[in-house]
Design a binder for this molecule. Sequence first.
Ligand code: FAD
Length: 150
Amino acid sequence: MATIGGVVANNACGMSAGTIRNSYRLLSSVTFVLPSGTIVNTALPDAEARLWKAEPQLCRDLLDLKERIEADEQLVAQIDAKYKLKNTNGYRLDAFLDGATPVEILRGLVVGFQGTLGFIADATPTREPPPACWRGSRWSRPLPRSPASS
Ligand SMILES: Cc1cc2nc3c(=O)[nH]c(=O)nc-3n(C[C@H](O)[C@H](O)[C@H](O)COP(=O)(O)OP(=O)(O)OC[C@H]3O[C@@H](n4cnc5c(N)ncnc54)[C@H](O)[C@@H]3O)c2cc1C
């Protein structure tokens, strides 16, 4: 029997919804535990402040990686191309493009991370299906953001 944690950690999506109705797109919020023991609940309004307090170096490193990826136009184009198709290989590098903050980046990275960065303790799917106009472009399919970023 599949578990919610396993589905999210695998970025599972069923037979025919590889790029649209997958775990990455349909995850509203997630609670996960980092190897250090830090618990991140992306639904909390102060999730960013909590993470910065508990894991300042991790936050800096995530934003540094984001900056380096975004500075490389070729890499950004390659990442975009990779996720226009079903892609469950390795970490979701598009999390660095979709996420603006450390919590948002981590929220994207836990989808498909196979448990390598922590343990998923809770996951809440979005209630609304993605709009029909979504056609595979990262730009037309915004990542569901945690309340912390709104
Ligand atoms: C016959 C078959 C058909 C399938 N068909 C499809 C399909 O059509 N489409 C599709 O998308 N997928 C498909 N899958 C894959 C399936 O979606 C996943 O195997 C399943 O969702 C994983 O759930 P699980 O609970 O069994 O996870 P497990 O297999 O137990 O674990 C999967 C990974 O997630 C990690 N993990 C598990 N729980 C957690 C947690 N709480 N926190 C962090 N990491 C965790 C594990 O370490 C492991 O790396 C298929 C699998 C099988 C066996």
